[in-house]
Design a protein. Structure first.
Length: 314
C-alpha cells in the first residue's frame, strides 16, 4: 500500500512540473527568399510544407530611399499556413488553388505593425567610380505582431519577413557631348530625345581665351552657381524646351535629379579647358566627382565625367 501511495505522489509531482513548463510553438523563415505572385500583390515564402503569406494590397513600395510603418489590417494581411505535403508557388498564386496539398493549420495576424525600409540597389563602375541605380530593396519586418491560431495566440515582438527587391531601369545618360548655350541666361545643356543635363554655369568659366596647359578654370557645384540638373522626360525633347524665361510644361518631366553642393578639392568640381578652334574657341567641360540626388536616393557621375564641348566665337 505504501508503494502505491508513493507512486501516486510521484505522479502528481510530475504533472505539476509539466503544467509550469509549457512548450511554445514558433515559426521561422529567416533563411527563405521572398517571392511575389505575378498576378497580384501577394508576397510569400515557402519552406517544405509551410508558407508565410503577406498580402500587401495597400502597400506602395517606393522607388527611393525611405522608411514607412503601416498597420496590419484586412488589406495588409499576414498569414502562416501548414500543409500536409510539400508546396509550390502555384499553391499560393493560382486563382483557383490546387486541391492538394491541404491546409492543416493556419495562423492569422490580428494586430501589429509593418515596417518597410527601402534602399537603392546600385552597380558601381570600378573604372571611373560612377554608379547606377538598378533597383530598390524593401526590407520588411513585422513588429509586435499577434497571431491567432487554433490553440490561442502567439506574439512576436520582432518578426523579420525579409527583402523584397524591385528592379529599376538605370538612367540612360546617353548624351551627345555636344553642348549648347543660351544667349541670354548663358545656361549650358546637353540633350537627346528624352533626357537633358543642364548646367547653370558661372559665366566667368566660359571665356574666349585659351587656358594655360593643365590649368583649367574651375568652379564648384552649388544651388546658386554652377547648378547641375538632370531631367528625364516622357515625351520628345527638342531644343525649343530650353532658353525660355521658364521651362515649358511639355514634355512632362518624369524624374529630376540635382547635384549636391561641391566641396573644394574633393567633389562637385567643374573644370573648363579652353583652346583656340578655327576662328573661335572650344571649351571642354569636365565634371569631377559629382553626386546627383532625388529625395533620399543618389548616384555618382564618376571621377571625371566629360560633360562635352562648347564652341564659341568672338
Amino acid at each position: 500500500m505504501k508503494k502505491i501511495l508513493s507512486l501516486l505522489v510521484f505522479t502528481l509531482v510530475l504533472n505539476s512540473c509539466d503544467d509550469g513548463d509549457l512548450t511554445q510553438e514558433s515559426i521561422s523563415f529567416d533563411a527563405v527568399e521572398v517571392q511575389k505572385c505575378t498576378t497580384n500583390q501577394l508576397l510569400y515564402k515557402l519552406k517544405d510544407n509551410e508558407s508565410l503569406i503577406f498580402e500587401a494590397t495597400k502597400i506602395v513600395f517606393p522607388t527611393e530611399t525611405s522608411s514607412q510603418t503601416v498597420l496590419i489590417s484586412d488589406t495588409n494581411r499576414l498569414i502562416y499556413r501548414l500543409y500536409n505535403d510539400k508546396l509550390t508557388s502555384s499553391t499560393i498564386c493560382e486563382l483557383i488553388p490546387p486541391a492538394t496539398p491541404i491546409v492543416t493549420d493556419q495562423w492569422t495576424a490580428t494586430g501589429g505593425q509593418i515596417v518597410i525600409n527601402s534602399t537603392a540597389k546600385k552597380t558601381v563602375n570600378t573604372t571611373d567610380n560612377s554608379s547606377k541605380i538598378t533597383g530598390y530593396n524593401h526590407n520588411i519586418t513585422f513588429r509586435n505582431v499577434t497571431f491567432s491560431k487554433a490553440n490561442g495566440e502567439q506574439v512576436y515582438e520582432t518578426f523579420p519577413f525579409g527583402d523584397y527587391v524591385i528592379s529599376a531601369t538605370a538612367l540612360p545618360l546617353a548624351f551627345t557631348k555636344v553642348l549648347k548655350q543660351c544667349s541670354s541666361s548663358k545656361q549650358v545643356y546637353d540633350k537627346n530625345s528624352s533626357e537633358a543635363l543642364i548646367l547653370d554655369i558661372d559665366p566667368s568659366l566660359i571665356v574666349n581665351a585659351a587656358t594655360p596647359l593643365n590649368t583649367p578654370r574651375t568652379g564648384l557645384i552649388s544651388d546658386t552657381k554652377n547648378k547641375l540638373t538632370y531631367r528625364l522626360f516622357s515625351g520628345l525633347l527638342t531644343d525649343d524646351y530650353f532658353c525660355n524665361t521658364a521651362f515649358p510644361a511639355s514634355p512632362p518631366v518624369l524624374e529630376e535629379w540635382v547635384a549636391v553642393a561641391g566641396v573644394a578639392n574633393t567633389s562637385g568640381i567643374i573644370e573648363v579647358t579652353t583652346t583656340v578652334f578655327g576662328n573661335g574657341f572650344k571649351h571642354t567641360l569636365v565634371i569631377k566627382k559629382a553626386k546627383l540626388k532625388k529625395g533620399n536616393s543618389d548616384f555618382l557621375l564618376g571621377d571625371n565625367f566629360i560633360y562635352g564641348e562648347l564652341l564659341t566665337t568672338n
